[in-house]
Design a protein around this ligand. Sequence first.
Ligand SMILES: O=C(O)C(=O)C[C@@H](O)[C@H](O)CO
Ligand SMILES: [Mg+2]
Length: 382
Amino acid sequence: MKITKLTTYRLAPRWMFLKVDTDEGISGWGEPVIEGRARSVEAAVHELSEYLIGQDPARINDIWQTLYRGGFYRGGPILMSAISGIDQALWDIKGKALGVPVYQLLGGLVRDKIKAYSWVGGDRPAEVIEGIRKLQGIGFDTFKLNGCEEMGLIDSSRKIDATVAVVAQIREAFGNSIEFGLDFHGRVNAPMAKVLIKELEPYRPLFIEEPVLAEQAEYYPRLAAQTHIPIAAGERMYSRFEFKRVLEQGGLAILQPDLSHAGGITECYKIAAMAEAYDVTLAPHCPLGPIALAACLHVDFVSRNAVFQEQSMGIHYNQGAELLDYVVNKEDFSMEGAFFLPPSKPGLGVVINEELVIERSKQAPDWRNPVWRYEDGSVAEW
Ligand SMILES: O=C(O)C(=O)C[C@@H](O)[C@H](O)CO
Ligand SMILES: [Mg+2]
């Protein structure tokens, strides 16, 4: 079998799908994208296609190594997201060619289902109570919300109290009938993370995510030393070589590699195994589309240390399209309450509505995250 063509489709809400065709009529789909830089990743995918056309898609490991090591400069969000989507598509092809779901090619199921969690509250955590109640009604009991809005480099106790009040409200309304992660989203710098985490301790959030930016990862062990709340991070780390450093230094209880940013199934499967060796759990980051989610599920179903899976149903970013809009059979993502069941079809197990994708890609939005500024006019982390 030979790879014959790579076609990219940027489309609402902020995704990009990749279709890899072969000379035997089997095609694979991937989701190479960095939210807000889709065109850059698209250019990278087509640059990398020079290494792919005419190659045997079954040689996933050699292709991965060639795409990663073939360039003198490597890593980072753009190149690794391009490699991620290509890798996902190659696994899709391999599974389809052999007639089995990808997880069967990785040793088979380690569990029968995986817990999903849902976003509530949007960019500025508001109406979270209402949001939780609604999702509780359809079986979810685990949630994530932004832990705060802008947080000044050194902010006031008033701001801290307002931030903590949102969390107090949740515990007040639901007790421990639900669990929730707080995503600091890199908005908080180290001094304020220390203050915030201390004040949040009594409310026992399930985890605190990106308490500081990935470029400040050396603070993870220091923050972990001051709290009992599990610390999570990983969406802005892009290969085993970054994850090895945070595992070595300790501090993270939950690793959140993104299957569309950290090298795809081939790389994230290895990252999951590295985490297990350090008794660190896995919760793949996935605010993206159905192909990215399917790729996450295949790694979840073969990794014993996978604990829960993010998915983007109802996420505040999904303006213009929802998670399953481009999927032919919505039941490809079968759930039992708040749990995903294993994909059953060959490959990634998702049938993409190509006609709709082609149509919608004609009006692809150029999504950008907002650039926030503090009152004094300086740039704040979004
Ligand atoms: O889902 C998460 O945990 C996020 O932090 C959302 C963020 O990743 C946005 O997708 C960036 O555009
Ligand atoms: Mg996050």
